[in-house]
Design a protein around this ligand. Structure first.
Ligand SMILES: [Zn+2]
Length: 291
């Protein structure tokens, strides 16, 4: 087994996938389970299925936190389960289908996984708008809309243990990837700042129970977003170019700068455009290239 499942609460097992420091989760109670973003590679998905069988829990639901390629690969392995996403998932998946499929092909090729045919995106039969409760056995967890990284992004919260499954937010390795909108991202982080979070599990990176670190991750990411806005808005106001915006942000301190340089450059573009700047499409890196 390459996945090591750790019982981080009485009702949550978490394992780290081999690639992208990606976390995959199993919420469980009384013989029932909901999977969260079940893994990446086919053998890992099989291990999740085998682990659930060994623990005698039935997979009732698969939750996909958002439509990006690395979060949708395992759902098809559980055809008997409900698939739960945010209601914007289908539209976003339709928009990004080509990029999603080419990213999956590239990933599988780099891992030596044979692929045949084309990609059929998993289709949800349960969706919601702002917030919804999900029963897993006798346990009720809350799913809520947390847009910013993606329009259809959701997070999961258990009030009893106060764990937050953040999805692609609050990573200690990545900076915020503003692949949807800055204003939505700002509201999402403001919401996190007001919550009681005692265990934070990001979609990529390390989980933490350290309350000071949880507060710091939220504060650091909010500071990063507000600095982008503070530096880029004046450039747009004076009719500057996207290159001017890039120059204005050149001195920003970005964590894991080498790994996050391209994401930071794309964030600058995204914020420039969102603040009202305009640029010819051929000069933009664009988030869609990476999705
Ligand atoms: Zn993502």
């Amino acid at each position: 087994m390459s996945l090591q499942f750790e019982g981080v609460t009485q009702h949550l097992w978490v394992a780290k996938c081999r690639r992208y420091a990606m976390n995959t989760g199993i919420v469980h109670d009384a013989g029932h389970a909901a999977l969260i973003d079940p893994a990446l590679l086919p053998d890992e998905v099989e291990e999740i299925a085998a682990f659930c069988e060994q623990k005698h829990v039935q997979v009732d639901t698969v939750i996909i936190t958002h439509h990006h390629w690395d979060h949708v690969l395992g759902a098809a392995r559980f055809p008997g389960a409900h698939l739960l996403t945010h209601q914007a998932y289908l539209g976003q998946m339709a928009l990004d289908l080509e990029h999603t499929w080419s990213a999956i092909r590239r990933f599988y090729a780099s891992e030596g996984v044979a692929v045949s045919g084309s990609f059929s995106p998993p289709l949800p039969d349960l969706t919601f708008d702002r917030i919804t409760g999900l029963m897993v056995g006798e346990l009720r967890v809350q799913l809520f809309h947390t847009p910013g990284h993606a329009r259809d992004h959701l997070s999961i919260y258990d009030a009893e243990s106060a764990f937050l499954w953040a999805g692609d937010l609050l990573s200690d390795l990545e900076i915020p990837f503003i692949s949807y909108r800055l204003d939505a991202f700002e509201r999402t982080l403001a919401m996190f700042a007001a919550m009681d979070i005692r265990l934070l599990i990001p979609g990529h990176g390390n989980s933490t129970r350290d309350r000071a670190e949880i507060a710091r991750r939220i504060a650091d990411d909010r500071a990063y977003l507000s600095e982008l806005r503070r530096l880029i808005e004046p450039v747009v106001l004076r009719g500057g170019s996207v290159q001017d915006a890039t120059a204005a942000c050149a001195g920003m301190v970005v964590r894991n700068a080498a790994d996050n340089a391209e994401a930071h450059a794309m964030n600058v573009e995204q914020v420039f455009l969102e603040c009202g700047g305009s640029a010819p499409p051929n000069v933009l890196l664009g988030w869609s290239r990476e999705l």
